[in-house]
Every structure is written in structure tokens, then in C-alpha cells.
Design a protein around this ligand. Structure first.
Ligand SMILES: Cc1cc2nc3c(=O)[nH]c(=O)nc-3n(C[C@H](O)[C@H](O)[C@H](O)COP(=O)(O)OP(=O)(O)OC[C@H]3O[C@@H](n4cnc5c(N)ncnc54)[C@H](O)[C@@H]3O)c2cc1C
Length: 462
């Protein structure tokens, strides 16, 4: 009998537990115990129903292109819960000098692929538009070292593109700044395009041409669950063996012993053949500090940033006053505290009744750190003040909820992939140890699911 410990009950740890449970049910001689420090399982996946609205406290969806979360839903028998974003209404605005400007059609992430809409858009100055034209002649380039996303994008399109698009788009995902994120870890496809085509614009156009004949209708950009993201975690938990789940049990240390691992949690110590550590990298460093100080030092080098989401419900009048689309992003240069707001009633229409507007506001990075020192009421005050200035909303919200997430978003800094190589070789010196979570090869929910399942494969084989 193989005994496996899983440390951390977020979606990464739950995906690992589900994999083990499936193996057990298929007849494998395996047993698992999942340790979670808090009273609830699911980590940052948390959904609340308030006044007929479905409010996501953490992630609200995931990118459809990455299949692992969708596959997990299907394996759990909740494929009918999967819903796509309402892409017919997909418009995103950028705040520029206090005005919301629509992102032009044909922008693929930040690469313009349609000349006319980009050329006519007030989002960019003439200087940047000229850079975009010139970028089409960028020669192929094999850069031999990592660099920041900001340096990479600036090289192609200039500083305005970094400020207005790259920085706010990536801050929304990683919480960090384009100036410190690694292009190789965060935008590996773009780094590859530069190597093969030089111009990102030409590479995108070539890729689109290739896909044209092959593809039917494009799938929605984002996928979510009808009853909210927490439903994914709850369904996994429902499939697991209750006696194997130890909530309110914080792991303090992991120590290799007698060809396996001893897990110490409070007064308990238990021996396992293998352990999946599915914690944020910093917490992983803490539990492995004695077992491998070198590995712990590398893990500590992976930065995490904080974020805050605020869900606000409004009445029909506010709903009618809002622009169409999914919401807006705020570049750092605007000097505001908010990073973004999503018009949830447009992005996922069934999440709010027809006579309600549901807004999800987001603070990230240094602003989130600063704002999180305030009380919930003060934070709601800051949000309302900014929404009044940006959208003209003066009305009292019907409800408002603040969710603070301390150091929950991993930031892949310049040199992240090299750090991962060092982590892998140090981990290989510790047989029976596998790492999962958002600190390594993808921060989104699908990547976390994949990391949990791969960690189990690493310990037990395919
Ligand atoms: C506000 C926010 C919005 C996001 N939006 C999106 C989105 O829209 N789409 C998307 O794809 N991704 C999004 N993400 C990212 C994604 O949700 C996370 O990266 C992912 O859910 C992390 O899962 P995890 O299991 O690795 O970590 P976590 O969810 O952080 O779980 C780790 C668990 O470990 C527990 N723990 C910690 N220390 C110990 C210990 N010593 N012993 C035992 N247990 C311990 C914690 O209590 C926690 O439950 C968002 C993240 C945040 C914070």
C-alpha cells in the first residue's frame, strides 16, 4: 500500500486528491490524506449568492484554451455546468486621461492584427501607431537571456503600449508589474514568435491565416461554471473519502525519513511514502526549510502579490447607465487605486437578475497592499469614489462585499524558468516529493489542476 500526503486543499491539492481517489477506485493499492490549514477546502475558489447575484470572491472563470479544468469538470460529471463568456458583448475599455476608450477590434492580447480599427483608435498616439507599422518589419531575433515583459513590449511597440495594455492586462492576471514579469515565463508564445518571425504582428497574421480554413466558430474566450467556481471545488470534495480530509490542520514541517516522508501537523506526525506539496511557493519553503534549506531558498525567491476583489450589486438604473461590454482596465499612469472592473451581468449574464447590475472591482499589487490596511467600509468607499469618477455611478450599492487575498498570486519574475530548473534539480534529490500549485508553470485554475494531477503522476507513474 502506498500512502500519499497532500498538503494544501486549494484546487491544486484537490486535483491531486481526485487523481488519487480515481486510482484507488480503479483498484490501485493507494491511500491519501489531505491536510488543509483552514476550515474550508477550495483555497481561493469561493462563491457567494447575494441578492440573486452570483458573486465570485476569487477567480471568476478560466481561459477556455487551456483544457485541464474543463477536463476535470467532465471527469467529475459536471460538464453540463460549463458555460462560456458572452463574447458577443465582449468589449473592454481602457481608461485614458479619465475617459474610457474601447480596445480596437483585431487586438490579439496586445498585438494589432487589423490596420483600420487600430489606426482609427484614440487609444494610441500617432507615435505608437507608427511603431506598430514599423513593427511589421522587426527582424527575427534570438535573444539569449530572459527579460521583462515591459522591455520586450517596449522594444516592439514603445512605452505607451506597455502602460496602456501590457501592464494592466498582466497585472490583472499576476498582480505584478510588466517591468518585473519574465517574458519567457509569462508570454512564451511571444518570445517564440520573435525568434521565428521577428514581428509579432506578422506572426499573429500568419497563425490566423493557418487557422482560418481549419476552424469552425471560435470557442468563447472564458469558461466558468453555472453555479460558480466554488462548485468545482465542492464537487471534487464530494468525490473524496471524507476520512482522508483533515481541515483545520496546518502542516509545520516535512522531513524525509526511512525512504518516505514524515508530515508534522500540530501534535500529529504521520509517515507517508510520498508527499504532494500544493501550497504557494513561500509556504512550501517554510515546510521544507529543514529538509532542504537550498530548495527553500529558491522557493522563497518566487514572489507573491496580494489582491482584493469587491463585488457590488446595483439596480436597473445603474445597469442601464453602464456602457456595453465586459468592463475596463486602468493603466498605472492614471494614478488611481483600482486596476479593473468587470461588468459581470454582461460577461456572464445569468449571474445577475435582469434588473441588477453586478460589478467586480479589482485591486492588485502595491495598491492592494496599501488598500488592504483599510476596513471593508473604507475600501467600499474608495471603490465607490473611483466608480463615480470613472462611470458616473452615484447610487448607493444594494450590496457590497470585500474579499482580501494576501500573497495569493504568484509573480514570475525575470529568470523564473532558470529558477524552476534549479528547483527541479534540488527536488530530484528528495525522492517522494512532488510540488504543485500556482508558483511554477501557470497561475490560472487550469494550470493548477494540471499541476496537481502531474504531481501524482510524478510519484506513482501514469
Ligand atoms: C483574486 C484572485 C482572482 C483570480 N482570478 C482568476 C481567474 O479569473 N482565472 C484563473 O484561471 N485564475 C485566477 N486566479 C488564480 C487562481 O485562482 C489560483 O492561482 C489558484 O486557484 C491557486 O490554487 P492553489 O490550490 O494552487 O492555491 P490556493 O488556492 O492558495 O490553496 C492553497 C491552500 O493551502 C492552504 N495552506 C496554506 N498553508 C498551509 C499549511 N501549512 N498546511 C496546510 N494547508 C495550508 C491554504 O489555506 C489554501 O487553502 C485568481 C486568483 C486570485 C487570488
Amino acid at each position: 500500500m502506498k500512502r500519499i500526503a497532500i498538503v494544501g486543499g486549494g484546487i491544486s491539492g484537490l486535483a491531486a486528491a481526485f487523481d488519487l481517489e480515481e486510482r484507488r477506485r480503479a483498484g490501485a493499492d493507494v491511500e491519501y490524506v489531505l491536510y488543509e490549514s483552514s476550515p474550508r477546502l477550495g483555497g481561493v475558489l469561493r462563491t457567494e449568492r447575494i441578492d440573486g447575484c452570483l458573486v465570485e470572491a476569487g477567480p471568476d472563470s478560466f481561459v477556455t484554451e487551456k483544457p485541464w479544468a474543463t477536463d476535470l469538470c467532465r471527469a467529475l460529471g459536471i460538464g453540463d455546468q460549463l458555460i462560456g463568456s458572452n463574447d458577443a458583448d465582449r468589449k473592454t475599455y481602457i481608461l485614458v486621461r479619465g475617459r474610457l476608450i474601447e480596445m480596437p477590434d483585431g487586438l490579439m492580447f496586445l498585438v494589432p492584427t487589423k490596420i483600420l480599427p487600430t489606426g482609427m483608435s484614440p487609444l494610441f498616439s500617432w507615435k505608437t501607431k507608427f511603431r506598430m507599422m514599423r513593427e511589421l518589419y522587426h527582424p527575427p531575433l534570438a535573444v539569449d537571456r530572459d527579460e521583462s515583459v515591459a522591455a520586450f513590449v517596449e522594444r516592439h511597440y514603445g512605452a505607451e503600449m506597455v502602460d496602456r495594455l501590457a501592464d494592466p492586462l498582466l497585472s490583472g492576471v499576476y498582480g505584478g508589474e510588466a517591468a518585473s514579469l519574465s517574458v519567457r515565463a509569462v508570454l512564451p508564445r511571444f518570445a517564440e514568435m520573435e525568434r521565428t518571425h521577428g514581428s509579432l504582428g506578422r506572426a499573429m497574421l500568419a497563425a490566423r491565416k493557418k487557422m482560418k480554413g481549419m476552424r469552425k466558430a471560435a470557442p468563447p474566450l472564458f469558461t466558468s461554471l453555472r453555479d460558480g467556481m466554488q462548485c468545482l471545488a465542492e464537487t471534487v470534495v464530494g468525490r473524496l473519502t471524507p476520512a482522508c480530509l483533515l481541515t483545520n490542520t496546518s502542516v509545520q514541517a516535512l522531513q524525509p525519513e526511512a525512504g518516505g516522508w514524515v508530515v508534522s501537523a500540530g501534535l500529529r506526525s504521520d509517515h507517508f511514502d510520498g508527499v504532494v506539496v500544493a501550497l504557494p511557493a513561500r509556504a512550501t519553503a517554510e515546510v521544507l526549510g529543514t529538509a532542504s534549506p537550498e530548495l527553500a531558498a529558491e522557493l522563497t525567491g518566487i514572489d507573491y502579490s496580494s489582491s482584493i476583489t469587491v463585488g457590488l450589486g446595483y439596480d436597473q438604473d445603474v445597469r442601464q447607465s453602464l456602457p456595453p461590454g465586459f468592463g475596463f482596465l486602468v493603466p498605472r499612469s492614471e494614478g488611481r487605486q483600482l486596476l479593473a472592473a468587470t461588468f459581470v451581468h454582461n460577461k456572464f449574464p445569468h449571474r445577475a437578475p435582469p434588473d441588477r447590475a453586478l460589478l467586480r472591482c479589482f485591486f492588485a499589487g502595491a495598491n492592494a497592499e496599501r488598500v488592504s490596511a483599510h476596513s471593508d467600509d473604507q475600501i467600499i468607499g474608495i471603490v465607490r469614489n473611483e466608480l463615480q469618477q470613472i462611470l458616473g455611478i452615484r447610487a448607493e450599492p444594494l450590496f457590497a462585499r470585500v474579499y482580501k487575498w494576501k500573497s495569493a498570486m504568484a509573480q514570475y519574475g525575470v529568470g523564473h524558468l532558470e529558477r524552476l530548473e534549479r528547483i527541479t534539480s534540488l527536488r530530484e534529490k528528495l525522492p517522494g516529493l512532488a510540488l504543485a500549485g500556482n508558483g511554477y508553470r501557470g497561475i490560472g485554475v487550469p494550470d493548477c489542476v494540471r499541476s496537481g494531477r502531474e504531481a501524482v503522476k510524478q510519484l506513482l507513474g501514469p
